[in-house]
Every structure is written in C-alpha cells, then in structure tokens.
Design a protein around this ligand. Structure first.
Ligand code: SF4
Ligand code: SF4
Length: 224
C-alpha cells in the first residue's frame, strides 16, 4: 500500500517538475535572442529566449566579409573574360565585340582610367550554378565583379537565377557588329591595295622582251 502512494507521489513530482520547466520557458519566451544581435559576443551564450526569427520580417544580418550573390559593375568591365575562363563551374558567359577606332571615346574608360576596347553585349552569371568560390573576383583586373551581402535570392523559376549584366541592347549589338565588320573589310581592302602597289625605292621590274615576229623566226630556222 505504501508503495502505491509512493508511486503516485513520484508521478506527481515528475509532472510538477516538467510543468515548472515548461512554464519557465513559456514565460522566458517573451525574450528574443535576436534582440542582442548576431554581432553581440554573447549571442550564442544566451540560454533563455526564443532563438527562432520571424523570417523574412526578421533577418540576421550577413557578415560584412561574407561571399554572397555576385554583382558586375559593367561600366568598369574591359571584357577580358578572365573571370569566365577561371570559373570552375562555367557559370559565367561573356560575349564581346571589339570597339571600332571611332567608338573608343563612346566606349569610355574604367573608373581606374583604363581605356575600354570591348563592348560586352552578353555578361551572364548563372547564380543557380555559382558556388560563390570567389575565383572570378580574385582574377578580375579591374575589380568590377564582386560579392554582395545579398544572401537570399531564391526564386520559384530557376530561369530567374540567370543574371544579365551586358551593356548593349540587341539592336546596339547588331549595329556594333556591322560597324566592326565594315571597318575590318575596309582595312583588308586597303592592306591588299597597299600590297599590290610598288613600294617606294623598290627596283622597277623590266618589261619582258617582245617576241620576234613569226616571219623572222622562220628565217632564222632556214639559215641554220
Ligand atoms: S564565384 Fe566561383 S563559381 Fe561563382 S561565378 Fe565566380 S568563379 Fe564561378
Ligand atoms: S575579369 Fe573583370 S574585367 Fe575581365 S571580363 Fe571579367 S568582370 Fe570584366
């Protein structure tokens, strides 16, 4: 009989202890760990309070040295394609058009003062493939491709993960290609004409001796 009441006592004590812990956490839940901020040295030492955040209304800030979504400042891009070649997962696609001589001023210079010699109609980064390794950033000679602190850029449609940074419209691209082809054709024509014309100071080729009339040739043969 005494064992019977002892078991009831143990059960009641266990329930009371459990409920005490539950109520303690219940009342502590008015506190938020997020209130301290992720940058706070004590953030991960906090025992009490809710650790979940009401995302996306509440977001833990990304660390300033983090590597997240890439961005290309296309105004500073010289179209060297080093980033494209260096990318281990081939998620960068670049197409360039050589600038014609009369377009150099329009093409402009980088913020570092370097003359740009390439139009970059296509500069796509497939962020669905990008593993944010940062190799493209490290090889860029003008520092125009870099990581941003944008960490959440999820999409319902994977096609929207393809980011375009090109600096020409379709119409402009065709016009620039046509202009370059015309200039190259003109240059080839001028080169061919220069090659055909005698160089100044070069020995003038003597005209080939005229062939003797057929009657004279016959005379010579007969006398022989
Ligand atoms: S961060 Fe790495 S994977 Fe992403 S585009 Fe640059 S080189 Fe490619
Ligand atoms: S390495 Fe830099 S400058 Fe060269 S194509 Fe890439 S982004 Fe442009």
């Amino acid at each position: 009989m005494s064992e019977y009441f002892s078991n009831i006592k143990i059960g009641a004590t266990t329930i009371a202890t459990g409920m005490g812990i539950t109520l303690k956490h219940f009342f502590n839940a008015v506190k938020r760990k997020g209130d301290a901020g992720i940058d706070d040295a004590d953030y991960f030492r906090q025992v009490d309070g809710l650790c979940t955040l009401q995302y996306p209304k509440e977001v833990i800030p990304t660390p300033p040295h983090g590597r997240y979504r890439l961005y290309v400042n296309i105004d500073d891009c010289i179209g060297c394609a080093q980033c494209e070649r260096a990318c281990p997962v081939e998620c960068i696609t670049i197409e360039t058009i050589k600038t014609t001589s009369d377009d150099l001023a329009v093409c402009g210079k980088t913020s570092g003062g370097q003359q740009k010699r390439m139009w970059v109609p296509v500069f796509d980064i497939d962020t669905a493939k990008c593993m944010t390794c940062g190799i493209c950033v490290s090889v860029c000679p003008t520092d125009c491709i870099y990581h941003t602190l944008v960490a959440d850029f999820s999409e319902f449609n994977v096609k929207n993960m393809l980011y375009h940074f090109g600096n020409l419209s379709k119409f402009e691209t065709e016009a620039k290609k046509k202009k370059l082809a015309e200039q190259q054709a003109q240059a080839a024509k001028e080169k061919a004409a220069a090659g055909a014309a005698p160089k100044p100071g070069a020995p003038v080729a003597k005209p080939a001796p005229k062939a003797a009339p057929a009657s004279q040739q016959n005379e010579g043969q007969e006398s022989a």
